[in-house]
Design a protein around this ligand. Structure first.
Ligand code: FAD
Length: 401
């Protein structure tokens, strides 16, 4: 009998955990599974801010996908998806290659939303992928090198747009990195500026007051210029224009003002709402029985009004249901409905401080930073067992390699 073909698009949190589930649950020769991802590595997106600031080594943030697949039940294919032909059940990759499927999982993740602010798309840096954050670090290094030649203060002015979860994590990492970079390039720390620009009235909108106060005090204590209730109107390669009329001379703006679903999905014949694909309670694309969508690309309604937020926690939990639901579809069995269980949120502010809420407990400081590490370790454990946890935690960052 012809084996069914399952194709998973995207090797992020959703795609990888779905693959691991299928490896565990599929019987030998029950289906042919292919995981397709742009790169041969999986990046730990929740730590990308560290790559941007150079505070973690590349091999701590990226994991070789074929090494994570433990059996021959899932094959990995490196490729960039350009289109999906739902009528002929084919995925079209760059260079004209086509991959047939019977069942498909869309786990293509997020893109950065710059809301059409002039110059941001072209001139600001994005926390979007391993490559985009590596570009931030390379740029920062170049600014330090060039400053030694021209002493232009705009080179050492590092601005982050957005003081939400990602923005605060990026700021925390810059605070951590700056003294080491200054020492390496023999520049006084007082020559550098770190600026955080946020349209809302506080940092971490939506977090509790304790977290907001802790973060505000922490970043201010470390010299960050916090500009809340301030909007960016325009960004050029050398300046940032604000709504209060100020023009900040700066060659680095790191944009963390918002994310949206992958733009590719909007070009396909799919039910897209607010840039994400609408899915039913079983995580199937609305109106389709053989196509699933999970993670940041999916719009799953938690109630009549609100969709689940785009987080790794949601993507992982959805993958844990998507895998078994694929197998149930294949075997003609009944599917399980997905329900989300929020365990908490922890935002790091550098290596030794964090704020958050875990199982209903508000936490701040070093304890919260340790909890953040526990969360990261748990993910590694799910991906590769204790061996991967030990391997990754044993990797020590050489200072600004
Ligand atoms: P992704 O992890 O984005 O994976 C998508 C994959 O698809 C990528 O490998 C990408 O290369 C691939 N891909 C995209 N387009 C194509 C294409 N055309 N062809 C082939 N492959 C393609 N969430 C939390 O829960 N907790 C946190 O603490 C947290 N911290 C964060 C910190 C930062 C700095 C950032 C940026 C995000 C953070 N998040 C956090 C959010 C979390 O990272 C995302 O919600 C999560 O990555 C979504 O998983 P996903 O599988 O949907 O997509």
């Amino acid at each position: 009998m012809k084996k069914s073909k399952i194709v998973i698009l995207g090797g992020g949190y959703g795609g990888l955990i779905t693959s691991r589930k299928l490896e565990k649950l599929l019987k030998e020769n029950e289906a042919e599974v292919t995981l397709i991802n742009k790169h041969e590595y999986h990046y730990i997106a929740t730590q990308l801010h560290k790559t941007g600031a150079g505070t973690a080594s590349d091999d701590k943030i990226t994991l070789h996908i074929p090494d994570l697949l433990k059996t021959n039940k899932v094959q990995f294919k490196k490729g960039t998806v350009e289109r999906v032909d739902f009528n002929n059940q084919q995925v079209c990759l760059e260079y004209g290659e086509k991959v047939d499927y019977d069942f498909l999982v869309l786990a293509l993740g997020y893109e950065v939303d710059t809301f059409g602010i002039p110059g941001v798309e072209e001139n600001a840096f994005q926390i979007r992928s391993f490559r985009s954050t590596k570009a931030i670090y390379n740029h920062v290094i170049h600014q330090f090198e060039a400053y030694q030649v021209d002493q232009d203060p705009s080179r050492l002015t590092f601005a982050v747009a957005g003081a939400g979860f990602t923005g605060v994590e990026m700021i925390g990492e810059l605070v951590e990195a700056m003294p080491k970079l200054c020492s390496k390039y023999s520049v006084p720390v007082s020559d550098t500026r770190i600026i955080n620009i946020e349209a809302s009235g506080t940092v971490l909108p939506g977090f509790d007051q304790k977290a907001i106060d802790f973060t505000t005090n922490y970043v201010k204590k470390h010299g960050v210029e916090l500009m809340t209730s301030t909007k960016i109107m325009e960004c050029t390669p050398t300046s940032i224009k604000l709504d209060n009329g100020t023009n900040i001379p700066a060659r680095t703006l790191i944009w963390s003002g918002g994310v949206r679903g992958n733009r590719l999905l909007e070009k396909l014949d799919l039910p897209v709402e607010r840039s994400r694909v609408k899915v039913d309670n079983y995580l199937r694309v609305e109106g389709m029985t053989n196509v699933f969508c999970i993670g940041d690309a999916a719009r799953f309604m938690k109630n009549d009004k609100d969709a689940l937020p785009p987080t790794a926690q949601v993507a992982i939990q959805q993958a844990e249901v998507c895998g078994p639901n694929l197998i149930a579809t294949l075997r003609g069995e009944s599917l399980s409905t997905f329900s989300y269980h929020h365990k908490g949120t922890v935002a790091s502010i550098g290596n030794t401080a964090a704020v958050g809420n875990v199982f209903g407990f508000k936490i701040t400081g070093l304890f919260a930073a340790l909890m953040k590490q526990v969360v990261e370790a748990r993910y590694l454990f799910v991906l590769g067992g204790p061996a991967l946890v030990v391997k990754q935690f044993a990797k020590i960052k050489k200072p600004h390699q």
